[in-house]
Design a protein. Structure first.
Length: 478
């Protein structure tokens, strides 16, 4: 029997964690609640929590409380795949269009109930609705300026300054999303037939743009932790006239990798010395789980010889339905404006004004704080489930932000074949082959923790892995 009250409380909480009542990523009751429920002092509660913290069962998060700690998983990371050394045209699988037609890029089971909305989204809708009611004749009769609303560009400039990037609002161009920004960036830096380097596994949206623009690709192998192999990129530059390189320095899909900030300068220096453009996909930059801000690659650009074009959006950090993005093109700003005029003409004014107010009044910052905690909890639950149920048969990345993990299956598995089989059951996986122009990563797949790991999604995951492994067994027997 515990001799002291803090020991009793410690054992109670420990039992709740080990029994699964409190799961990985769950928030413990508040200190005030524990004091009330167990009739103990604040000092007693803190003593018990500190003991659990020293046993690495819980962790404290600033201004958020105590959470069940993520175990240190023993699962090895996915292995790197050797990429082809010659440029090639790009062809995107029809599976991509099928997945997008289901609206299921980040949900294995679209038919499952959706997660509860974060409270700040209601405020965003109110602000946009209010802006739609203001000066309706003006908005209906006139276009916005091509660069976008100055109020939004000012709000974005202030937000990016918190991430260590100083940019004048005059140098920001509003677009209809990050995909649109990436399209503009490739249009103003490349011509049909040019060669573009892309970290591999690659974002399939970039592959789709490159296919449309008639560009050739060099896939540069990436590490599931540290991202693009800069040494390999440097070697390819000695063989091919690379015009641009597309990178996602922070939590790139599908692996959630991050280029170490100490490597930023060498990557920018490589671009300056070899005269190619670095196109930065920064769409996940706001989704770091740690409280420390993640600086964009653009923050290390050379002011005398700018080579980084930053593309961003709020579609992953705020709402998929909010098609607002931006491009910071430096010396190519006027070209970006011209391309924006050609491809979009102007952006919706009320939506921009509502979003600008949302950011300026601090709602976006508060939303991100809540969203990051939610995503970290959902990541922890997904990793715990994989470790407990499939950890001996698969490898997977363990990112510290973003929305996805990268899963490596046994060599004989074919995630693309499993996609076709599971599609009829309403289970939609994202096959690894979508992330390569050369059909690489057949025995890989991407999983997302953007949605809660409900009982239905756990069952879908089990069905997915059973199907994949059954198909590999049949292949082995043939």
């Amino acid at each position: 029997m515990p001799r002291y009250r803090y020991e009793y409380l410690e054992q109670e909480l420990k039992q709740q964690i080990r029994s699964g009542y409190l799961q990985t990523g769950d928030r413990l009751p508040s200190i005030r609640s524990l004091c009330r429920d167990y009739q103990v002092s604040k000092a007693t509660v803190l003593h018990a929590l500190h003991r659990l913290e020293s046993e690495q069962l819980v962790q404290a998060r600033p201004k958020s409380g105590y959470f069940v700690r993520t175990p240190e998983y023993e699962s090895p990371l996915p292995t790197r795949v050797q990429t082809p050394k010659t440029p090639a045209p790009v062809s995107v699988s029809a599976i991509f269009r099928d997945i997008m037609s289901q609206g299921a890029a980040f949900d294995i089971l679209p038919a499952a109930s959706q997660q509860d909305s974060l409270p700040q989204l209601t405020q965003l809708n109110r602000l946009m609705g209010r802006q739609m009611r203001l000066h309706p004749e003006q908005k209906a009769g006139y276009y916005d300026e091509s660069a976008g609303k100055y109020s939004l560009r000012t709000a974005l400039s202030a937000h990016l300054r918190q991430r260590k990037l100083r940019v004048d609002p005059e140098n920001i161009c509003i677009t209809s999303g990050c995909q649109h920004s990436l399209f503009i960036a490739l249009m103003i830096t490349c011509q049909p037939g040019d060669t573009v380097a892309v970290e591999s596994p690659a974002f399939y949206g970039v592959l789709q743009i490159m296919e449309q623009l008639g560009l050739n690709i060099i896939e540069i192998s990436g590490d599931p932790v540290s991202g693009i192999d800069i040494q390999e990129l440097q070697e390819q530059l000695t063989h091919w006239p690379i015009k641009a390189c597309v990178v996602t320095p922070n939590f790139g899909t599908p692996a959630g990798s991050c280029i170490p900030p100490e490597h930023y300068a060498s990557l920018v220096d490589l671009a300056c010395r070899n005269d190619f453009w670095l196109i930065e996909d920064d769409i996940y930059g706001d989704l770091a789980f740690s409280s420390a801000a993640t600086a964009p690659l653009k923050s290390q650009d050379n002011p005398q010889n700018e080579k980084v074009i930053l593309c961003g959006s709020v579609s992953k950090s705020l709402s998929r339905d909010l098609r607002v993005g931006w491009i910071i093109a430096g010396g190519l700003h006027n070209k970006a404006l011209q391309m924006k005029l050609i491809t979009q003409l102007a952006s919706p004014q009320a939506i921009q004004e509502g979003l600008a107010q949302f950011i300026a009044e601090g709602h976006y910052r508060r939303h991100l704080s809540q969203l990051r905690q939610k995503l970290q909890q959902q990541r922890d639950q997904l990793l715990a489930y994989l470790s407990q149920n499939w950890g001996q048969k698969i490898r997977y990345s363990q990112p510290d932000g973003g929305l996805c993990i990268w899963v490596q299956l046994p060599d004989a598995c074919d995630s693309q074949a499993a996609y076709r089989s599971l599609r009829e059951e309403g289970i939609l996986l994202t096959p690894g082959t979508l992330f390569s122009a050369h059909g690489l990563y057949r025995h890989y797949l991407r999983l997302s923790f953007a949605q809660p790991l409900s009982a239905k999604r756990k069952a879908a995951l089990d069905r997915l892995f059973i199907c994949v492994l059954e198909l590999s067994d049949k292949t082995s027997c043939q």
